[in-house]
Design a protein around this ligand. Structure first.
Ligand code: ZN
Length: 101
């Protein structure tokens, strides 16, 4: 997958289109990612002890990696990436500015 945990991505389709966020989790097998504050779902949390109140917490849901584009930390644009082999390691390259990202 071209998207890694910790990347900043732009959402390019779906109800959160146009939002930017940090990638919190990646699921390479399913080609899905969890992006901060995107695809929020409300979840009811049961009280842990009796006498405590249950809570509603918002959780970010996984979305398809095809719905996001990497925001290049070097040029700040939503870009496509490619890979290059540099010194025997695979480096991700921004197609716009040519920098390793
Ligand atoms: Zn760039």
């Amino acid at each position: 997958m071209k998207i890694k945990k910790g990347d900043t991505v732009l959402i390019i389709s779906g109800k959160d289109k146009g939002k930017k966020g940090k990638v919190l989790e990646v699921f390479p097998k399913e080609a899905r990612v969890v992006v901060e504050r995107v695809n929020l779902r409300k979840k009811h949390q049961r009280p842990k002890k009796s006498g405590e109140k249950g809570q509603i917490v918002e959780m970010s849901g996984a979305i398809s990696v095809s719905n996001v584009k990497l925001v290049c930390p070097k040029c700040g644009k939503a870009v496509k990436t490619s890979y290059k082999i540099l010194k025997n390691s695979k480096v991700r390259i921004c197609k716009k500015c040519g920098e390793a990202v």
